[in-house]
Design a protein around this ligand. Structure first.
Ligand code: CP3
Length: 361
């Protein structure tokens, strides 16, 4: 028998196979916000550059994207960027203020504000991220690691555009939606074109998968989601789908509207820890892959407590194809690095063992 050393191609990667619900030797894992402040390498760069400088300098964005891929045995990279620069491209004045997070100095509050928003191609307004994708793709060549591009979903983008920054109850954005439906629909229509075009451009620049982040959609009732948000997420995903690459549709607090989220589109549905992963998958049915759903706080626990929770997730979906292990939301800045390393290795080792058990039974 001739043994051939099989070089792993991208399409054969665990991550892309799981997106297609094909069998994998082990469960793939990547972590939302895997490049960031919990890593000393990232903090060192942040002493020299602002976050917007990191994002807008393709060589730096590429370097940051690769940091977690060098440090851990992750199955996918995610391009270092943020969901907010597309708003800058539309004419909003964005900054990240230390201790406060993102701020938009000229938020959208009226019909005139919406009229002023520009819908321009990503090649013009977000060329830096497209270039960072090309560079990173080049650096990753031959390593068999797919790269994920991403965008905020229309509602989550609207929530920053209208609130002018982060907000706990999202009173302004939801009031605009409820009180001025025509203005709202115009705003969401523009945001869906921008998000869809940006996602498509990232796939064309070399991303093998795309994630749409609807981080704050769980603030909505299913009634409002269906009428005021879903058609626009659907539109963005429809545009992005022209690329042919798998799309991950992520939201938090979505337990009560998972079917609607799925209806808006996506090959993989991302869920948070507020619902059991097996229960979420049962609601969604077998036609989709799922991504999640460890509580990011579990990474602060002792190893045994963390391991128990990772084990529980893997056991709960044992024998099913199409699980991508991830956190239920982004990794937090104070997360201990050692726990990340142990989690990534554990997910591979333990899932491999479960798969072998499956074969011998
Ligand atoms: O996952 C990755 O490694 C890629 C990078 C990435 C960032 N932001 C870098 C970043 C991704 C995927 C995002 C998405 C993002 N940005 C979301 C959706 C995901 C989620 O967490 O819900 C949202 C809502 C944002 C908006 C945003 N960006 C906020 C609210 C903040 C400030 C809050 C904070 O954590 O400080 C940012 C800044 C930001 N984006 C940082 C990073 C690494 C921290 C900034 C710093 O370095 O000081």
């Amino acid at each position: 028998m001739v043994t051939t050393l099989k070089t792993q191609t991208l399409m054969d990667s665990r991550f892309l196979k799981a997106c297609r619900r094909e069998a994998t030797d082990a469960t793939p894992i990547w972590l939302m916000r895997q490049a960031g402040r919990y890593m000393p390498e990232y903090r060192a760069l942040r002493e020299k550059y602002t976050i917007l400088e990191l994002i807008k300098t393709p060589a730096l964005a590429c370097e940051v994207t690769l940091q977690p891929l060098h440090a851990f045995n992750l199955d996918a990279g995610i391009i270092f960027a943020d969901i907010l620069p597309p708003l800058q491209g539309m004419g909003l004045e964005l900054d990240f203020v230390r201790g406060e997070g993102p701020v938009i100095y000229n938020p959208v509050r009226s019909a005139e504000d919406v009229d002023r928003l520009q819908v321009r191609p990503a090649e013009e307004t977000l060329a830096f991220t497209l270039e960072a994708i090309r560079l990173t793709r080049h650096e990753l060549a031959g390593r068999g690691i797919p790269l994920i591009g991403f965008s905020g979903a229309p509602f989550t983008l609207a929530s920053y555009a209208v609130e002018g920054g982060g907000s706990s109850r999202r009173v302004k954005v939801k009031s605009l939606m409820m009180n001025q439906p025509l203005v709202w629909h115009r705003l969401m229509s523009k945001l869906s074109e921008v998000a869809g075009d940006y996602l498509l451009a990232q796939a064309q620049a070399g991303a093998q998968a795309l994630q749409i982040f609807d981080s704050w959609v769980g603030e909505l009732s299913p009634y409002d989601y269906e009428r005021f948000v879903m058609p626009y997420s659907q539109r963005a995903i429809e545009i992005a789908s022209q690329s042919g690459v798998p799309i991950i549709h992520f939201g938090t607090g979505t337990s009560g509207m998972l079917k609607l989220i799925q209806q808006a589109g996506g090959d993989v549905i991302g869920v948070d820890w507020r619902i059991g992963l097996a229960q979420a998958w049962e609601m969604l049915g077998d036609a989709v892959s799922v991504q999640g759903n460890l509580d990011p706080i579990a990474l602060f626990a002792d190893w045994e407590a963390l391991k128990t929770r990772a084990t529980n997730i893997l056991d709960s979906v044992k024998g099913k194809r199409g699980h991508i292990f991830n956190l239920g939301h982004g990794i937090l800045p104070e997360t201990p690095v050692e726990n990340v390393r142990r989690l990534v290795d554990f997910v591979h080792e333990y899932s491999q063992m479960l798969n072998q058990e499956d074969v011998t039974v």
